[in-house]
Ligand binder design. Structure first.
Ligand SMILES: N[C@@H](CCC(=O)N[C@@H](CS)C(=O)NCC(=O)O)C(=O)O
Length: 212
């Protein structure tokens, strides 16, 4: 994390949030950035100041060097891929770009959002008595969604045959969100190999501990 760059990226961040994949990608491509912790428990994400930066009131959000702030984890991964071309994000015209986009959007739209249902049933229903059923439904849907991802992994140990990409960083993060990681990995050997490979990267060694 750079503190002194004159024009760095700023990552609006919370522990164990979707900011993890953005941090890993920033570290992997080797760009300077600052981290700004958003105190969600204190409602900082609902303040006028933060909503002016990201009207959805969510993290991750990334302030670009020119001053604009963007949200949405998948969008941030794509924008960083365009601005800092690397093997981590297939560029338009590359053969595996359609698969890359398909599964990146799936991860952000499906399992990530099912984790929100699992951890924050209050955002879906006012009826406290139904929270247990909503959490159980999320638990079952997560298993199905992870199985779909297991079936889609086409490389070894990485998601795509080309080698490590942001899909691997994203899927590593989703696996880390699980409260039954070992159970998840035991039944999904391709995911387990991917998770092992990403866990041992230097970037992850630096970043994962920050998330508790
Ligand atoms: N679609 C968004 C979802 C981001 C999201 O749900 N972030 C959570 C933290 S993991 C958040 O900020 N929640 C606060 C809220 O929704 O009020 C993305 O992919 O970045």
């Amino acid at each position: 994390m750079a503190e002194s760059d004159t024009n760095p990226y700023t990552l609006y961040w919370e522990a164990m949030s979707g900011a993890m994949v953005v941090e890993i990608l920033l570290d992997e491509i080797g760009v300077d950035y600052e981290r700004h912790a958003v105190d969600m428990a204190a409602g900082e994400h609902r303040t006028e100041h933060f909503l002016a930066l990201n009207p959805t009131g969510q993290v991750p959000a990334l302030r670009l060097p020119e001053g604009k702030t963007i949200g949405e984890s998948a969008t941030i991964a794509l924008v960083l891929g365009e601005r800092h071309p690397s093997s981590f994000v297939p560029l338009p015209g590359e053969a595996d770009r359609p698969d890359f986009l398909r599964w990146l959007i799936y991860m952000a739209a499906s399992p990530y959002m099912t984790f929100v249902q699992f951890n924050h049933p209050d955002r879906f229903l006012d009826n406290h008595e139904a929270y247990g059923a909503l959490i159980e439904n999320a638990r079952i849907r997560l298993l199905t969604q992870f199985s779909a991802l297991e079936a889609a992994i086409s490389g070894a140990p990485y998601f795509l045959p080309r080698g490590p990409t942001s899909l691997d960083f994203y899927l590593y993060m989703l696996t880390e969100f699980s409260d039954d990681r070992q159970g998840l990995l035991r039944k999904r050997p391709k995911l387990a190999a991917l998770h092992d490979a990403i866990s041992s990267r230097d970037s992850v060694g630096r970043i994962r501990p920050r998330h508790g």
